[in-house]
Design a protein around this ligand. Structure first.
Ligand code: GTP
Length: 677
């Protein structure tokens, strides 16, 4: 993989990691914001409910206090009797008088309660839910609240104080009601209930105070049905019709935003369950919480629908902005961290790359140096070196090899080397490639050192000592290197030494040691094959005289002449040798006694007929020859030599220039040695 690809891949990976972290972080911030909005919604809902509970308690306490006022009890008791006496409803003049007395009695309290406690409603009801006096609507009285006001009904029935939200004729809000009992106790009976006293607080005052305490907006919306079915028209809160787009009556709102949203139809759809929404309005973002408002009857009878909803809202722009700012900051920090990391990665990768490159350059330089050294070695080596691949095709050849083989590099490289320099043996016979040591090393991967003959470009061959070494790559033999040197000189010296060691220098015939060795070998061969061989002992007659007459040098020339005649008189397979001063022996392989005698006689005659033509003149001479056969029982050269000697002796003794034989009886029917003269 290239450096660029690694860099791009690393950068992409880094980018992906940081993008993942950024997305995860952003999601986390959103989730936390959502969670805090939800907990805030619950907190505010709870605050509202607790506050309403407290308010109800206050209302009940206040109602209880008023209901305990003896003057109130007296007036109500009287009012009950009077109204009943005057035909119920509002009653007559008497009832009006009592109503007026009651009003005057509590007028100051009413003023105080309105001003200081935010009380908006105060009503006295006679048993049977007959409205006697509304301080908040003094002209409205005498109407029956039976079936409309569950709270009053329950207080009358249960004879105990109660509280709750309820919509009445002239007022919708939180009320507390307390029973008014007759102060006179009748023995054995409970105190008589003379009426119910009720106070109510308007929502606007209540939620305004709540709003001040919690710094959020509160509002109460009433469903049209719950308003129109209960309230007198002129006491109703602003109707939906008066606020285009509004779904409900706006009973109260601590701030103006709710009315605006209703007018702008900006309120999210509401289906009577808890909601927690974000609403954008006039450049602000609000958290808007809405939940059902259940009135007192609704709490008694769960099948009754809620009569409206409570709306709580607060400007969460700053909170969301802070969250956004946090996200922006975190994103900026992350982007910065990414940039720094990316730079660091680039820097480190670049550093590593430089390190790699410097190591690579160093390695390359070392490889070059080694390669140069190898090349110098190859070039300078006195030994021939060439390389072949697996197919025996030459891959390189050094100058020494080129010189020894007579080939230029381009004539060798790329060609099958075996067919060039190894295909023919020195005798011209074909050299099969499978038997070639180079091919063997290519096949078995084994190094080998051996002597071979290579062929030059001019067709001549020369002996070499070669070492074939396999070239291995990953454990597989991919070729071979051959190192060789010319051993022609060595071979020649060896041959000369061998020749010297085995040849008589004067005559060029085999010397005694070589002849005896050959004779011994022939004895063994004969024993193996059974083919007879003969042995002649030849001695120059009166040779001392020749020396004495012509001198020793002439004698030497005679000896050389004799050797020449001897060679010419024999077959190629016969081996002549000089075994003594003027004593010679001839081994005649495969010859019978007759053959031996014929050969000996031919030799004798040739010598006799061919005087030695020496620098000292023609010197005639003769030879005596003793012949024998190799026979069973011969286990060393001494025995046949002795027999041949014996025959020679007899030939000498018989007058010389003759042939005598010493053969086993079977070969000489007469049992006498054969003599030829
Ligand atoms: N010129 C010369 N003479 C040699 C050489 N070797 C041996 N002689 C001589 O050969 C002669 C051999 O003589 P003898 O053993 O008496 O035998 P002969 O004179 O040949 O007599 P017969 O063998 O009985 O016929 C000696 O005088 C040796 O000095 C040699 O290499 N060169």
């Amino acid at each position: 993989m290239s450096y660029r690809a690694i860099l791009v891949l690393a950068s992409l990976l880094l980018m992906a990691i940081f993008a993942g972290v950024a997305l995860f972080g952003a999601r986390l911030v959103d989730v936390r914001l959502q969670a805090s909005l939800e907990s805030e919604a619950l907190r505010l809902k709870t605050a509202y409910e607790l506050s309403q509970g407290e308010l109800e308690q206050q209302m009940m306490a206040l109602a209880g206090m008023v209901a305990a006022d003896p003057e109130v009890i007296r007036l109500l008791k009287a009012a009950g009797a009077t109204v009943e006496g005057e035909g119920n409803g509002s009653g007559g003049e008497e009832a009006d008088l009592l109503r007026r007395q009651l009003y005057l009695h509590l007028r100051q309290h009413w003023s105080y309660m309105q001003k200081e406690l935010g009380i908006r409603q105060m009503q006295f009801v006679l048993p049977g839910s007959l409205s006697f006096l509304r301080f908040h609507a003094p002209t409205q009285h005498g109407d029956s609240l039976a079936g409309l006001r569950w709270l009053l009904r329950d207080v009358e029935r249960k004879r105990t104080a109660a509280s709750g939200f309820e919509t009445g004729r002239a007022y919708a809000g939180i009320r507390g009601a307390a029973p008014i009992f007759d102060s006179e106790l009748r023995p054995g009976d409970a105190r008589a209930l003379v009426g119910v006293m009720e106070v109510g607080m308007a929502f606007d005052g209540y939620i305004e105070r709540l709003s001040e305490r919690t710094a959020v907006g509160f509002g109460v919306l009433l469903d049209p049905a719950s308003v129109t079915s209960a309230m007198w028209e002129n006491y109703r809160p602003p109707a939906p019709a008066e606020q285009p787009g509004a779904c409900c009556y706006l009973l109260a709102a601590s701030r103006g935003e709710l009315a605006d949203w209703m007018a702008d139809k900006a309120l999210p759809a509401y289906a009577g369950t808890f909601r927690n929404d974000l609403v954008d309005h006039q450049g602000h973002r609000f958290q808007l919480i809405r939940f059902p408002l259940r009135d007192y009857p609704g709490l008694q009878d769960p099948t009754r629908p809620p009569i409206g909803s409570v709306v709580i809202w607060q400007d969460v722009g700053a909170m969301i902005e802070a969250s956004g700012d946090f996200k922006d900051k975190a994103f900026f920090n992350l982007a910065f961290a990414y940039a720094v990391t990316q730079l660091l990665v680039l820097f480190l990768v670049n550093l590593s790359r430089r390190e790699w490159i410097s190591q690579l350059l160093e390695q390359t330089a070392r490889v070059k140096e080694l390669s140069h050294q190898n090349e110098v070695l190859l070039m300078a080596a006195g030994e021939g070196i060439f390389g072949v691949d697996r197919g025996h095709v030459a891959t390189f050849i050094n100058p020494a090899a080129q010189k020894m083989l007579g080939y230029a590099p381009d004539e060798v490289i790329g060609n099958n080397l075996h067919s060039l320099i190894h295909a023919l043996r020195p005798d011209g016979s074909a050299y099969d490639e499978s038997a070639c040591p180079i091919a063997m090393t290519l096949a078995d991967g084994q190094a080998r050192t051996l002597e071979e003959n290579l062929r030059r470009r001019d067709g001549s061959s020369f002996p070499v000592q070669m070492t074939v070494s396999p070239i291995r790559e990953n454990g597989v033999c991919t070729g071979a290197v051959v190192v060789f040197h010319d051993i022609s000189e060595l071979k020649e010296k060896e041959a000369a030494l061998t020749w010297l060691a085995s040849t008589d220098t004067l005559t060029g015939l085999a010397n005694r040691r070589h002849f005896i060795a050959q004779l011994e070998a022939e004895i063994h061969r004969w024993q193996r094959t059974g083919f007879t061989s003969a042995l002649l002992m030849v001695d120059l007659d009166w040779f001392k005289r020749i020396n004495d007459t012509w001198g020793h040098a002439a004698g030497d020339e005679v000896l050389r002449h004799f050797a020449d005649v001897l060679r010419r008189s024999l077959r190629r397979v016969d081996l002549p040798g000089r075994v003594g001063g003027e004593e010679f022996a001839v081994l005649l392989p495969g010859s019978s006694a007759e053959d031996a005698l014929v050969a000996a006689e031919r030799l004798r005659r040739n010598i006799e007929n061919e005087p030695a033509m020496t620098s000292f003149g023609s010197i005639p001479f003769t030879v005596s020859i003793g012949a024998t056969l190799l026979i069973t029982g011969d286990d060393s050269p001494d025995q046949p030599l002795l027999r041949a000697d014996r025959a020679l002796y007899r030939a000498k003794a018989a007058g010389r220039n003759r042939v005598d034989g010493d053969f086993p009886d079977s070969l000489t029917p007469a049992g006498e040695p054969t003599s030829v003269a």
